[in-house]
Design a protein around this ligand. Structure first.
Ligand code: ADP
Ligand code: ZN
Ligand code: ZN
Length: 730
């Protein structure tokens, strides 16, 4: 019999797969798509994923090399994930091998074996129980594990034991601990019924979705903040578990809060597989394994969790489906939301996209009959929607970004014993340092961006490339010394608040105050339990949290989003305003939202305030149609960067010429233009926009373009990338 030919995805930046002969000693039965193989590639040996087995190759058999070694007896990647990664590699024009690398946990990428199913938990042995952990003072991590396992005699999942494998191995070698299979409790006994009776809108939504649990149906759950969307997810997941299936919940990067997890753990006493960016490689593999084996009936994760294989998939939920963090912004630029819908279709299961502020993309899908919209128009219980007030700050003297009327209202709400939340999406002390003599401003030497003054370390920081330098005391341009911080960051506002309200405990939440592990949780606790009464922060504070006693929300600067070059800026600003406003008055006490702006008459802002997000979204969608922008059309961004501006622009000019030469009338080409921030980290960036009302045409054109570019000389002088359905156009 002829040697089989293996088509393999090889980690490489090339937009193609590679053919190999089967390894000499391989059993053809194990050659299933989704297994990993060790293969020679150039002068290296790498690990690839088997895509298909056949008898033909475009390359002469004699020239094909045999694969060296089969690494798996059964596929590590499930069939639906295999198909999804291949589809996504095509759709996003990202090299297939690198796409698989993004989809696999790092340890598997490096050839490690996944743990045998069921072996992903550890328990203490009788010998281990007899050990006095005080005698282990020289091995504190071993002592910690023994204490943990001693407290949970039935065993603890590997993912919950925060030590490297070597520590566990050392303990196992002494016979003190052993692997075990966690008894999978029967679903019914492990679900704690909800404390709430669903309200009629929730019940309608749940019923509508439950009626379609056996087939692909995409739902948009549009529920105002605090309307009980999460409660709906929990209810649906309960049914999923009762049917012995698994549910996957995707959340934005900052949505995976201890609060959310606690809610799930209260309701479901089952293993949860958690996948997020802060995991160690071991933790990630362990969680991935729990999902793949089916041991964890619930998988909760951020963006990349969409690639997690599931043994018994039954439901996919995407929370905050509008959130930009669901789209990867570099490398493999996939949208986890869109992949979720694709995967659900392929698995023939329902998918629920939830949001208080749905994306225009999803609203258009509803309009065109592809998604079904379910509404939760009211807040649960007694909570009512907050009232909005637009504060024209052109006529107000601002003190460190705070207007007098806002300060007045803050005082009144605090005096009434309530909490106040202030939102400013800018960290640091001041967004720039300025010379009052000559108007010089401190700029980054590597980016077209201003340096942000941070007071805590007395340094100027660039938020784009991370460079730092001491705060200038003398103007480098005119040698004057009249240098002042301009504008406000959270650090500066906090100082101002300290001066105005010295006796009130403040909680500031932004990237700078939460760098240390556990700090975010600690600050959120203080905010939630009312210990901190003045809450101030960036979007880390704004989304998803429940602060029942917040009655006043102040949005310190709404203008940033209203006038930006990005076509999605006003949509994002509206979503942020609604999300931040949603933190107010979630309890009996009614909430008030004050928005400081220099453009109180802005039509979209007015529409949002007076008629709400749905009216805003309708108008914004109409504008996009008018302007023929996404989602009314398909858009692709070709980006290039190089050490010299002319190189990046020249490359894109050549690309534009290539496209125009095809004579394809269905695709419009705009640019190239330098990026809004042309220079970043010392490299010049430019972009070319491709747009079409026929997505298929655009995709075909890109497919051949990308293959051509791979082999052209000009492409080697730049770093270029394709961004399909870009989340931003900076
Ligand atoms: P969302 O996800 O839309 O922000 P949640 O599901 O978190 O809303 O619900 C908001 C609050 O209302 C939570 O404290 C939740 O426990 C509570 N809640 C949800 N559904 C109900 C209900 N049917 N009856 C009473 N309280 C509810
Ligand atoms: Zn000067
Ligand atoms: Zn910089």
């Amino acid at each position: 019999m002829d040697n089989l030919i293996l088509r393999i995805a090889v980690p490489s930046p090339l937009h193609r797969s590679f053919d190999y002969l089967q390894p000499a000693d391989a059993d053809p039965a194990v050659l299933q798509p989704g297994i990993r193989l060790r293969i020679p590639f150039g002068r290296r040996t790498v690990i690839g994923v088997l895509l298909a087995v056949g008898n033909e190759s475009e390359i002469d058999r004699q020239r094909l090399k045999p694969a060296q070694q089969v690494l798996d007896e059964t596929p590590v990647i499930s069939r639906d994930v295999m198909a999804m990664v291949q589809w996504a590699s095509d759709y996003y024009h990202y090299p297939i091998g690198d796409a698989f690398s993004a989809a696999l946990p790092a340890l598997l990428r490096r050839g490690q074996q996944p743990l045998a199913a069921g072996a992903s938990a550890w328990r203490i042995t009788p010998a281990g129980q007899a050990i006095d952990t005080r005698t282990l003072s020289r091995a504190p991590r071993q002592a910690g594990v023994l204490a943990l396992l001693g407290a949970h005699l039935q065993g603890v999942h590997r993912s919950a034991i925060d030590v490297p494998a070597s520590v566990l191995r050392a303990l196992a070698d002494k016979g003190w601990i052993e692997t075990c299979r966690l008894h999978e409790p029967h679903a019914e006994h492990s679900i704690v019924p909800s404390a709430h009776t669903l309200n009629p809108a929730q019940q309608l939504a749940v019923d509508a979705i439950l009626a379609h649990m056996d087939r692909f149906t995409p739902f948009l759950l549009a529920g105002v903040t605090g309307s009980g969307k999460t409660e709906v997810y929990l209810e649906l997941i309960e049914t999923t578990l009762a049917c012995e299936q698994q549910a996957l919940l995707l959340v934005p990067e900052i949505g995976l809060t201890p609060q959310l997890l606690a809610r799930f753990q209260r309701r479901f006493q089952v293993p949860l597989a958690l996948l997020h960016s802060a995991l160690t490689d071991h933790e990630r593999l362990a969680a991935w394994q729990l999902a793949r084996s089916g041991e964890a009936p619930i998988i909760i994760g951020t963006r990349s969790a969409i690639f997690t294989p599931m043994a018994r998939p039954g439901l996919i939920v995407v929370d905050e489906e509008h959130d930009a963090s669901l789209k990867q912004q570099d490398g493999f630029r996939y949208s986890a939301r869109d992949l979720a819908v694709w995967r659900a279709r392929q698995l023939n299961i329902p998918v629920v996209l939830g949001s208080a502020t749905p994306s225009l993309e999803s609203l258009l899908n509803v309009e065109q009959g592809r998604y079904r919209q379910l509404d939760l128009p009211e807040r649960t219980g007694v909570a009512v929607q907050p009232t909005y007030r637009v504060l024209d700050v052109r006529k107000q003297p601002l003190e460190d970004g705070l207007s007098r009327p806002l300060l007045q209202r803050i005082r009144e709400h605090l005096d009434a014993g309530n909490q106040v939340l202030l939102f400013l999406n800018r960290r640091g002390f001041a967004p720039t340092l300025m010379c009052y003599d000559c108007d010089w401003v401190a700029e980054c030497k590597r980016c077209d961006a201003r340096m942000t003054w941070h007071q805590h370390d007395q340094l100027l920081h660039c938020h784009h490339c991370g460079s730092q330098r001491p705060v200038d005391s003398i103007c480098p341009k005119c040698q004057g010394s009249d240098l002042h911080p301009q504008g406000q960051g959270t650090e500066r506002v906090e100082q101002a608040l300290a001066a105005h309200f010295p006796d009130v405990k403040r909680v500031r939440i932004d990237r700078d105050t939460t760098r240390r592990k556990g700090e975010l949780d600690r600050l959120l606790q203080q905010a939630r339990h009312g210990e901190g009464r003045l809450l101030l922060g960036t979007q880390m504070l704004a989304k998803g949290h429940h602060f029942p006693n917040v009655t006043l929300v102040g949005i310190l600067d709404a203008d940033h989003g209203l006038f930006s070059t990005d076509f999605r800026a006003s949509e994002r600003m509206a979503q942020l305003i609604v999300q931040v406003a949603g933190r107010a008055g979630r309890h009996e006490r009614p909430g008030e939202v004050i928005i400081q702006t220099c453009h109180p008459e802005h039509p979209l802002l007015q529409l949002l305030i007076n008629q709400g997000y749905p009216a805003f979204a309708r108008a914004a969608l109409a504008e996009r149609r008018e302007a023929r922008m996404p989602p009314a059309t398909a858009m692709v961004l070709l980006r290039a960067e190089a050490p010299a501006a002319a190189t990046a622009m020249g490359f894109l000019d050549a690309v534009a010429a290539r496209i125009n030469a095809t004579g394809n009338r269905a695709v419009e080409v705009w640019g190239p233009v330098p990026a809004t921030m042309e220079r970043r980290a010392g490299r010049y960036r430019a972009q070319l926009v491709l747009q079409s009302e026929q997505r298929g045409e655009l995709q075909r054109l890109l497919g051949s373009l990308v293959r051509q570019l791979e082999t052209t000389k000009e492409a080697r002088r730049v770093r270029w990338s394709v961004d399909v359905d870009p989340a931003d156009t900076y």
